[in-house]
Design a protein around this ligand. Structure first.
Ligand code: BV8
Ligand code: ZN
Length: 255
Protein backbone atom coordinates (compact mmCIF):
# COMPACT_ATOMS: atom_id res chain seq x y z
CA UNK A 1 0.00 0.00 0.00
CA UNK A 2 1.56 3.35 -1.04
CA UNK A 3 1.83 5.66 1.97
CA UNK A 4 2.24 8.80 -0.15
CA UNK A 5 -0.75 8.40 -2.40
CA UNK A 6 -0.91 11.73 -4.15
CA UNK A 7 1.35 13.41 -6.71
CA UNK A 8 0.98 16.72 -4.91
CA UNK A 9 2.30 15.22 -1.67
CA UNK A 10 5.13 13.43 -3.47
CA UNK A 11 6.11 16.69 -5.20
CA UNK A 12 6.01 18.60 -1.90
CA UNK A 13 8.26 16.07 -0.16
CA UNK A 14 10.60 15.91 -3.15
CA UNK A 15 11.18 19.68 -3.03
CA UNK A 16 11.61 19.85 0.76
CA UNK A 17 15.14 20.44 2.09
CA UNK A 18 14.50 20.59 5.89
CA UNK A 19 12.75 17.69 7.66
CA UNK A 20 12.01 18.09 11.39
CA UNK A 21 10.74 15.17 13.48
CA UNK A 22 9.15 15.30 16.96
CA UNK A 23 8.72 12.00 18.80
CA UNK A 24 6.88 11.05 21.97
CA UNK A 25 6.41 7.95 24.07
CA UNK A 26 4.33 6.26 21.33
CA UNK A 27 7.39 5.57 19.17
CA UNK A 28 8.87 3.47 21.99
CA UNK A 29 5.62 1.62 22.79
CA UNK A 30 6.42 -1.22 20.32
CA UNK A 31 9.77 -1.63 22.08
CA UNK A 32 7.83 -2.50 25.22
CA UNK A 33 8.22 0.83 27.03
CA UNK A 34 4.87 1.91 28.52
CA UNK A 35 3.57 5.32 27.43
CA UNK A 36 2.35 7.80 30.01
CA UNK A 37 -1.31 8.29 29.36
CA UNK A 38 -2.22 5.19 27.43
CA UNK A 39 -4.12 2.04 28.43
CA UNK A 40 -1.35 0.56 30.59
CA UNK A 41 0.28 4.00 30.98
CA UNK A 42 2.90 4.60 33.61
CA UNK A 43 0.70 7.20 35.19
CA UNK A 44 -2.44 5.04 35.27
CA UNK A 45 -2.70 5.05 39.07
CA UNK A 46 -0.50 7.97 39.94
CA UNK A 47 -0.73 11.43 38.45
CA UNK A 48 2.40 12.78 36.77
CA UNK A 49 2.65 15.42 39.46
CA UNK A 50 2.98 12.73 42.12
CA UNK A 51 6.03 11.39 40.35
CA UNK A 52 7.55 13.69 37.73
CA UNK A 53 7.78 16.95 39.67
CA UNK A 54 10.32 18.56 41.96
CA UNK A 55 7.76 18.68 44.78
CA UNK A 56 7.22 14.92 44.47
CA UNK A 57 10.97 14.39 44.56
CA UNK A 58 11.37 16.30 47.82
CA UNK A 59 8.21 14.83 49.36
CA UNK A 60 8.76 11.22 48.21
CA UNK A 61 12.44 11.02 47.23
CA UNK A 62 12.60 7.26 47.75
CA UNK A 63 9.38 6.57 45.78
CA UNK A 64 10.43 8.83 42.90
CA UNK A 65 13.91 7.31 42.76
CA UNK A 66 12.41 3.83 42.86
CA UNK A 67 10.05 4.74 39.99
CA UNK A 68 12.96 5.93 37.86
CA UNK A 69 15.02 2.84 38.65
CA UNK A 70 11.98 0.71 37.66
CA UNK A 71 11.70 2.60 34.37
CA UNK A 72 15.45 2.30 33.71
CA UNK A 73 15.23 -1.46 34.30
CA UNK A 74 12.41 -1.69 31.71
CA UNK A 75 14.33 0.48 29.21
CA UNK A 76 17.59 -1.44 29.60
CA UNK A 77 15.77 -4.66 28.69
CA UNK A 78 14.18 -3.04 25.58
CA UNK A 79 15.66 -2.40 22.16
CA UNK A 80 14.84 0.15 19.46
CA UNK A 81 12.04 -0.97 17.10
CA UNK A 82 11.57 -0.71 13.32
CA UNK A 83 10.22 2.81 13.74
CA UNK A 84 13.42 4.03 15.40
CA UNK A 85 15.56 2.37 12.72
CA UNK A 86 13.47 3.85 9.90
CA UNK A 87 14.15 7.35 11.30
CA UNK A 88 17.87 6.52 11.50
CA UNK A 89 17.75 5.59 7.79
CA UNK A 90 15.98 8.87 6.96
CA UNK A 91 18.63 10.84 8.88
CA UNK A 92 21.21 9.49 6.41
CA UNK A 93 19.64 10.57 3.09
CA UNK A 94 17.35 13.52 3.84
CA UNK A 95 19.03 16.85 2.98
CA UNK A 96 18.60 18.33 6.50
CA UNK A 97 17.18 16.21 9.33
CA UNK A 98 16.40 17.36 12.87
CA UNK A 99 15.22 14.82 15.45
CA UNK A 100 13.57 16.28 18.56
CA UNK A 101 12.35 13.88 21.24
CA UNK A 102 10.30 14.21 24.43
CA UNK A 103 11.44 10.72 25.38
CA UNK A 104 14.10 10.15 28.00
CA UNK A 105 14.80 6.51 27.00
CA UNK A 106 17.79 7.08 24.68
CA UNK A 107 16.41 4.64 22.07
CA UNK A 108 16.98 7.00 19.11
CA UNK A 109 20.70 7.14 20.00
CA UNK A 110 20.79 3.34 20.42
CA UNK A 111 19.21 3.06 16.94
CA UNK A 112 22.12 5.10 15.55
CA UNK A 113 20.88 8.70 15.28
CA UNK A 114 23.94 10.81 16.12
CA UNK A 115 22.31 14.16 16.94
CA UNK A 116 19.13 13.88 19.07
CA UNK A 117 17.59 17.00 20.62
CA UNK A 118 16.41 15.68 24.02
CA UNK A 119 13.84 18.16 25.32
CA UNK A 120 13.13 16.32 28.58
CA UNK A 121 16.59 14.99 29.44
CA UNK A 122 17.79 11.39 29.67
CA UNK A 123 16.77 8.86 32.33
CA UNK A 124 20.20 7.19 32.24
CA UNK A 125 21.87 10.36 33.57
CA UNK A 126 21.77 11.67 37.17
CA UNK A 127 23.24 14.70 38.93
CA UNK A 128 23.76 16.18 42.40
CA UNK A 129 21.32 19.03 43.05
CA UNK A 130 23.88 20.83 45.21
CA UNK A 131 27.18 20.70 43.26
CA UNK A 132 26.01 19.39 39.87
CA UNK A 133 28.33 16.35 39.84
CA UNK A 134 27.02 13.89 37.23
CA UNK A 135 26.51 10.18 37.84
CA UNK A 136 25.85 7.49 35.22
CA UNK A 137 23.47 4.60 35.98
CA UNK A 138 26.19 2.29 37.36
CA UNK A 139 27.57 4.97 39.69
CA UNK A 140 24.04 5.93 40.78
CA UNK A 141 23.00 2.32 41.50
CA UNK A 142 26.20 1.75 43.49
CA UNK A 143 25.40 4.72 45.73
CA UNK A 144 21.68 3.86 45.83
CA UNK A 145 22.37 0.33 47.14
CA UNK A 146 23.98 1.76 50.29
CA UNK A 147 21.87 4.93 50.61
CA UNK A 148 20.02 5.42 53.87
CA UNK A 149 16.26 5.61 53.39
CA UNK A 150 16.80 5.20 49.62
CA UNK A 151 18.01 8.78 49.38
CA UNK A 152 21.24 8.69 47.35
CA UNK A 153 23.67 11.44 48.23
CA UNK A 154 26.74 12.93 46.57
CA UNK A 155 30.10 13.19 48.38
CA UNK A 156 29.21 16.83 49.02
CA UNK A 157 26.06 15.71 50.86
CA UNK A 158 23.68 16.91 48.15
CA UNK A 159 20.82 14.64 46.99
CA UNK A 160 21.27 12.99 43.57
CA UNK A 161 18.34 13.19 41.09
CA UNK A 162 17.53 11.89 37.59
CA UNK A 163 18.61 14.26 34.78
CA UNK A 164 15.09 14.63 33.39
CA UNK A 165 12.83 17.68 33.14
CA UNK A 166 9.99 17.56 35.65
CA UNK A 167 6.70 19.42 35.47
CA UNK A 168 7.22 23.04 36.42
CA UNK A 169 10.89 22.88 35.46
CA UNK A 170 12.41 24.74 32.54
CA UNK A 171 13.54 22.67 29.58
CA UNK A 172 17.28 22.73 28.79
CA UNK A 173 17.72 26.13 27.13
CA UNK A 174 19.99 25.02 24.30
CA UNK A 175 17.83 22.03 23.36
CA UNK A 176 14.67 24.16 23.41
CA UNK A 177 16.27 26.89 21.28
CA UNK A 178 17.46 24.31 18.73
CA UNK A 179 13.99 22.75 18.69
CA UNK A 180 12.26 26.07 18.04
CA UNK A 181 14.72 26.82 15.21
CA UNK A 182 14.19 23.36 13.70
CA UNK A 183 10.41 23.87 13.84
CA UNK A 184 10.56 27.35 12.28
CA UNK A 185 12.84 26.18 9.48
CA UNK A 186 10.97 22.93 8.82
CA UNK A 187 9.55 22.38 5.33
CA UNK A 188 8.21 19.01 6.45
CA UNK A 189 7.34 18.40 10.13
CA UNK A 190 6.48 14.92 11.41
CA UNK A 191 4.87 14.44 14.85
CA UNK A 192 5.17 10.77 15.82
CA UNK A 193 3.64 8.99 18.84
CA UNK A 194 2.83 11.98 21.01
CA UNK A 195 -0.48 12.96 22.58
CA UNK A 196 0.66 16.58 22.23
CA UNK A 197 -0.49 17.42 25.74
CA UNK A 198 2.81 18.61 27.19
CA UNK A 199 4.04 22.09 26.49
CA UNK A 200 6.22 23.68 25.25
CA UNK A 201 7.02 20.54 23.14
CA UNK A 202 3.47 20.43 21.80
CA UNK A 203 3.86 24.00 20.50
CA UNK A 204 6.48 22.84 17.98
CA UNK A 205 4.17 21.35 15.31
CA UNK A 206 2.03 24.50 15.37
CA UNK A 207 5.12 26.72 15.01
CA UNK A 208 6.18 24.63 12.00
CA UNK A 209 2.70 24.89 10.48
CA UNK A 210 2.67 28.64 11.02
CA UNK A 211 5.96 28.86 9.11
CA UNK A 212 4.52 26.97 6.16
CA UNK A 213 5.65 23.39 6.87
CA UNK A 214 3.85 20.35 5.48
CA UNK A 215 2.65 18.65 8.69
CA UNK A 216 2.44 14.84 8.95
CA UNK A 217 1.09 13.14 12.10
CA UNK A 218 1.71 9.44 12.84
CA UNK A 219 -0.31 8.05 15.74
CA UNK A 220 -2.59 5.12 16.55
CA UNK A 221 -5.19 7.64 17.76
CA UNK A 222 -6.35 11.13 16.89
CA UNK A 223 -4.81 13.92 18.96
CA UNK A 224 -5.45 17.63 19.39
CA UNK A 225 -2.97 18.20 16.52
CA UNK A 226 -4.77 15.91 14.06
CA UNK A 227 -7.08 18.60 12.69
CA UNK A 228 -4.06 20.67 11.59
CA UNK A 229 -2.24 17.76 9.90
CA UNK A 230 -1.80 17.84 6.10
CA UNK A 231 -1.33 14.09 6.13
CA UNK A 232 -2.62 11.80 8.90
CA UNK A 233 -1.03 8.33 8.98
CA UNK A 234 -3.04 6.40 11.55
CA UNK A 235 -1.43 3.24 12.92
CA UNK A 236 1.59 1.94 14.83
CA UNK A 237 4.74 3.93 14.02
CA UNK A 238 6.74 0.66 13.93
CA UNK A 239 4.68 -0.34 10.86
CA UNK A 240 4.16 3.06 9.22
CA UNK A 241 7.69 4.46 9.44
CA UNK A 242 9.42 1.65 7.49
CA UNK A 243 6.87 2.10 4.66
CA UNK A 244 7.26 5.89 4.76
CA UNK A 245 11.06 5.48 4.73
CA UNK A 246 10.83 3.19 1.64
CA UNK A 247 8.61 5.64 -0.27
CA UNK A 248 10.59 8.71 0.82
CA UNK A 249 13.91 7.12 -0.12
CA UNK A 250 12.55 6.26 -3.55
CA UNK A 251 11.27 9.82 -4.07
CA UNK A 252 14.45 11.52 -2.87
CA UNK A 253 16.82 9.25 -4.78
CA UNK A 254 14.74 9.72 -7.97
CA UNK A 255 15.66 13.43 -7.76
C1 BV8 B 1 7.87 24.17 31.56
C2 BV8 B 1 10.08 13.86 31.67
C3 BV8 B 1 8.02 26.38 32.42
C4 BV8 B 1 10.35 13.03 32.83
C5 BV8 B 1 7.94 14.93 31.28
C6 BV8 B 1 2.49 26.40 28.85
C7 BV8 B 1 3.83 26.65 28.58
C8 BV8 B 1 4.82 26.00 29.29
C9 BV8 B 1 4.46 25.04 30.26
C10 BV8 B 1 3.13 24.78 30.49
C11 BV8 B 1 2.16 25.43 29.79
N1 BV8 B 1 0.96 24.95 30.22
C12 BV8 B 1 1.14 24.02 31.16
C13 BV8 B 1 2.45 23.92 31.36
C14 BV8 B 1 3.03 23.03 32.37
C15 BV8 B 1 3.47 21.69 31.81
C16 BV8 B 1 2.47 21.07 30.89
O1 BV8 B 1 2.61 21.12 29.67
N2 BV8 B 1 1.47 20.44 31.47
C17 BV8 B 1 0.49 19.75 30.69
C18 BV8 B 1 0.33 18.32 31.18
C19 BV8 B 1 -0.81 20.54 30.79
N3 BV8 B 1 4.74 21.83 31.16
C20 BV8 B 1 5.83 21.83 31.96
O2 BV8 B 1 5.79 21.82 33.19
C21 BV8 B 1 7.18 21.88 31.27
N4 BV8 B 1 7.94 22.89 31.93
O3 BV8 B 1 7.48 24.54 30.51
O4 BV8 B 1 8.27 25.00 32.58
C22 BV8 B 1 9.17 27.07 33.06
C23 BV8 B 1 9.90 28.01 32.31
C24 BV8 B 1 10.94 28.67 32.93
C25 BV8 B 1 11.29 28.41 34.27
C26 BV8 B 1 10.56 27.44 34.99
C27 BV8 B 1 9.50 26.78 34.40
C28 BV8 B 1 7.94 20.57 31.47
C29 BV8 B 1 7.30 19.45 30.69
C30 BV8 B 1 8.17 18.18 30.79
C31 BV8 B 1 7.60 17.28 31.85
N5 BV8 B 1 8.35 16.02 31.84
N6 BV8 B 1 8.65 13.81 31.38
C32 BV8 B 1 9.92 11.62 32.62
O5 BV8 B 1 9.76 11.18 31.46
O6 BV8 B 1 9.74 10.98 33.66
S1 BV8 B 1 6.50 14.90 30.43
C33 BV8 B 1 6.12 13.36 29.81
O7 BV8 B 1 5.07 13.61 28.89
C34 BV8 B 1 7.18 12.65 28.99
O8 BV8 B 1 8.37 13.37 28.79
C35 BV8 B 1 6.49 12.46 27.65
O9 BV8 B 1 7.36 12.38 26.61
C36 BV8 B 1 5.68 13.66 27.63
C37 BV8 B 1 4.66 13.78 26.57
O10 BV8 B 1 3.90 12.62 26.57
P1 BV8 B 1 3.90 11.78 25.21
O11 BV8 B 1 5.30 11.53 24.80
O12 BV8 B 1 3.00 12.46 24.24
O13 BV8 B 1 3.31 10.43 25.74
P2 BV8 B 1 1.76 10.07 25.98
O14 BV8 B 1 1.70 8.80 26.74
O15 BV8 B 1 1.05 11.29 26.49
O16 BV8 B 1 1.19 9.82 24.50
C38 BV8 B 1 1.65 8.72 23.73
C39 BV8 B 1 1.04 8.87 22.35
O17 BV8 B 1 1.53 7.83 21.53
C40 BV8 B 1 -0.48 8.77 22.35
O18 BV8 B 1 -1.00 9.80 21.52
C41 BV8 B 1 -0.74 7.38 21.72
O19 BV8 B 1 -1.93 7.39 20.95
C42 BV8 B 1 0.46 7.23 20.82
N7 BV8 B 1 0.88 5.85 20.59
C43 BV8 B 1 0.87 4.80 21.44
N8 BV8 B 1 1.40 3.71 20.83
C44 BV8 B 1 1.75 4.10 19.57
C45 BV8 B 1 1.42 5.45 19.41
N9 BV8 B 1 1.64 6.12 18.27
C46 BV8 B 1 2.21 5.44 17.24
N10 BV8 B 1 2.56 4.13 17.33
C47 BV8 B 1 2.34 3.44 18.47
N11 BV8 B 1 2.69 2.14 18.52
ZN1 ZN C 1 27.36 17.20 45.15
Amino acid sequence: MEILNSDAIVERLKQARVYTILTGAGISAESGIPTFRGENGLWKNLSPHELASIEAFYRNTAIVNEWYRHRRDIIEKCTPNAGHYALTEMSKYLPTFYLITQNVDGLHQRAGVSDVIELHGNIMQNYCIRCGTRYNVQQFDEIYEHASRHIPRCDCGGVIRPDVVWFGEALPAEALERAFQAAENAEVFLSIGTSAQVRPASDLPLIAKKHGAFFIEININATMLSSSADLLLQGPSGEILPKLNRDLHRIISAN
